[in-house]
Design a protein around this ligand. Structure first.
Ligand code: SAM
Length: 385
């Protein structure tokens, strides 16, 4: 199955790639302001390009880096690939980016210690897209995050976790395979290099999950497969919060009605700006996904009503959040709103909603103006002037 992987890009991979590209574009100039060189590490790089000519993550990353280098930013890329044949293709596909893009033959595990050390001098973004779930050992990843944190550096990670494969293995290990739904086992599932029928040891599952919590979730007969995936990912995200301040995720699906995502993209950062940039990138991917199924080429917009952003609900929540906070900056209010509306509203929509509330005097600004910047204090009560 792994040999087939690079033959043609899977249709749903375009959402994963779009999130990566959409995020990196503003991320690079933003973190460049920290004054340190910026390093993008594609930890499981692959071939660079698919046989159908579609770019893989290395080409997406390299071309974004090139654009910003031309504008004077100090940014470079490292691309790690363990398979010799894939590495040869990777090297040739990255040839035209020589000088600031470095392909490395070897295993991510063997190289990553060096990046953790370099983190004291560089700002690092890790893209982790293994095609086997076993490539993600929680504690090994955590060591890297924490080593980078000790260096007091900025680190962000975007990782692709095939949670359906994990849960399928988990159910098999607990002898509960009868609970698998059709869309987790049909041919359309994205198992990449993993064998979904493999009997995986409990210790290996503990290593991937970073604990035994998955067992109670997998063995809870009252939870549907989809709910098990949600609960598992929620605890996994909470565990990442030990190393980061913000963790968010996006389920990559091929069809809206599918209960089982192809995989989960998990993003973690210490900085609220990163969360906002990723929210915009994931909102954009979600719009593309909904548009491809419910709008493009159709006479009417067929988007399910539950997916249409509810501005009234957002505004009500913004007022309540401002009431609860007493006084809060526009930026802080937006970040709070993301806890309930992540991937629903982009930053510009949140600003627009705040602006409308100022104009209709449901919110008030410290400056008394309705055109404000991120640092202006807001309140649900007029300020004494
Ligand atoms: C899913 S593919 C990456 C696809 C790539 N992100 C893209 O968009 O084109 C995963 C790649 O990781 C490589 N790989 C597997 N184990 C690895 C390891 N331990 N370290 C580095 N690369 C590894 C595989 O050979 C494969 O080419």
């Amino acid at each position: 199955m792994s040999a087939d992987f690079f033959r043609a890009k899977r249709p749903w991979s375009k959402y994963k790639d779009s999130i990566l590209e959409y995020y990196l574009e503003p991320y690079i100039p933003k973190v460049a302001k920290l004054g340190k060189p910026v390093l993008i590490v594609d930890c499981f790089a692959g071939c660079g390009q698919f046989e159908d000519g579609e770019p893989g993550s290395p080409l997406i990353v390299a071309s974004t880096i090139e654009r910003w280098r031309k504008k004077g930013m100090n940014v470079a890329g490292e691309f790690i690939e363990a398979d010799k044949d894939n590495f040869r293709t990777l090297e040739s596909s990255l040839e035209s980016y020589e000088g600031f893009v470095h392909p490395r033959l070897g295993r991510f595990e063997d190289h990553i210690g060096e990046f953790a050390i370099r983190a004291s001098r560089e700002t690092i973004f890790l893209y982790v897209d293994p095609y086997t779930v076993k490539g993600l050992v929680f504690d090994r990843m955590k060591q890297v995050y924490d080593q980078i944190e000790r260096a007091d550096a900025s680190v962000e990670v975007l990782l692709n976790f095939n949670v359906a494969t994990f849960m399928r293995w988990a159910l098999a290990a607990l002898r509960r395979v009868e609970e698998l739904p059709d869309d987790a086992t049909n041919d359309d599932s994205d198992y990449q290099a993993d064998d979904p029928n493999e009997q995986v040891e409990i210790a290996t599952l503990n290593g991937i999950a970073g604990g035994e919590y998955w067992r109670s979730i997998a063995s809870d007969g009252a939870l549907s497969f989809a709910k098990k995936l949600d609960d598992f990912t929620e605890v996994y995200a909470r565990k990442m919060l030990a190393s980061f301040n913000h963790v968010c995720m996006y389920p990559v699906k091929s069809k809206y009605e599918h209960q089982t995502p192809k995989y989960m993209l998990v993003y973690a950062t210490r900085h609220p700006d990163g969360l906002e940039l990723m929210n915009d990138a994931m909102c954009n991917a979600r719009q593309q996904f909904l548009g491809s199924q419910f709008q493009n080429g159709l006479l009417f917009d067929m988007t399910p009503t539950t997916e249409v952003p509810n501005i009234a609900e957002l505004k009500k929540a913004l007022i309540e959040m401002a009431q609860e906070a007493g006084q809060i900056t526009r930026k802080e209010l937006r970040i709070r709103a993301l806890s309930s509306f992540f991937c629903r509203f982009a930053q510009k929509d949140l600003n627009q909603a705040i602006n409308d509330l100022l104009k209709s005097r449901k919110l008030f600004s410290d400056t008394g103006k309705t055109r404000i910047n991120d640092n202006v204090l807001l309140s649900s009560q007029p300020f004494d002037r």
